[in-house]
Design a protein around this ligand. Structure first.
Ligand code: ATP
Length: 258
């Protein structure tokens, strides 16, 4: 009854270029995951059986996006599990469900298991359960764990024991306009932008604490507005060939920057 609805792991479709403004973190996570894949013989010692990265930082900054992008980049299947789902499993004493996750991932190797909301994975009060035990199951070279949390302060210290995560990476908000410009670029790379749109100028006018998720909302609004304009044009003249209408969605983000 308690079993997590696990989808079939597959390679995601988030591209490396879809992640904007996190160049340093991108480099580190790619090395951590890709090097052991490319140079198996160098990473095959018993000491190096586990590969885990913990992403921490405020909501909406791109942790999930990054985890998917690294999986795509390295052609790894991706299995996403939310912390609260796991905790239910523990409450239901359903060790079996945890085993299922790892079995599923193992049979889809090479595979990333993404543990979102990892902070919820603390053992119940008074229990001696070791939530980090989940990490110890990763004994295969072609299994990778990426964890994400907004609240590293709430993480069970057992999860942070040496050897459980190789890398702790902070994914934060940068208040520089150039950071927002890079995210805007990433998010609009498939848009046909109006020639007068300056992404730098848009970035400069966003609040400095704007996250990637905030920028996503802005771009989605701008796109929808542009699409509605195209619909109006089409309705005014239905004889126009609608196959080309997608290309005529010309996004003017500046409309939204008042
Ligand atoms: P949470 O902690 O709330 O799960 P998160 O850090 O995992 O947040 P994401 O789910 O990756 O955030 O981001 C939400 C959406 O915001 C993404 O799907 C993407 O559209 C956009 N976004 C966030 N950060 C970035 C970024 N750095 N570059 C491009 N888009 C981003």
């Amino acid at each position: 009854r308690n079993r997590a609805a696990l989808g079939t792991p597959k390679v995601p479709n988030v591209k490396w270029e879809d992640v904007g403004g996190l160049e340093e973190v991108k480099k580190v996570i790619l090395d951590t995951i890709q090097l052991p894949l490319m140079y198996k013989h160098l990473f095959s010692s018993k000491l190096r059986k586990r590969s885990g990265v913990l992403l921490y930082g405020p909501p909406g900054t791109g942790k999930t996006l990054l985890a998917k992008a690294v999986a795509t980049e390295c052609s790894l299947n991706f299995l996403s599990v939310k912390g609260p789902e796991l905790i239910n499993m523990y409450v239901g004493e359903s060790e079996k469900n945890v085993r299922d996750i790892f079995e599923k991932a193992r049979s889809a190797r090479p595979c990333v298991i993404f543990f979102d909301e990892l902070d919820s994975l603390a053992p119940a009060r008074g229990s001696s359960a070791d939530s980090g035990g989940v990490m110890d199951r990763v004994v295969s070279q072609d299994l990778f764990i990426i964890g994400a949390t907004n609240r590293p302060d709430l993480l069970d210290s057992a999860l942070l024991r040496p050897g459980r995560f190789d890398k702790l990476l902070y994914v934060g908000v940068n208040t520089d306009a150039s950071y927002r410009e890079r995210i805007l670029k990433a998010q609009t790379r498939k848009y046909k932008l109006h020639k007068n749109v300056s992404l730098l100028s848009v970035a400069q006018r966003c609040p400095p604490n704007f996250t990637g998720a905030d920028i996503y909302a802005l771009c989605a609004d701008a796109w929808f507005h542009a699409a509605k304009r195209s619909v109006k044009t089409f309705e005014a003249d239905p004889s126009r060939n609608d196959d080309s209408s997608a290309e005529e969605v010309i996004v003017e983000i500046d409309d939204f920057m008042t």
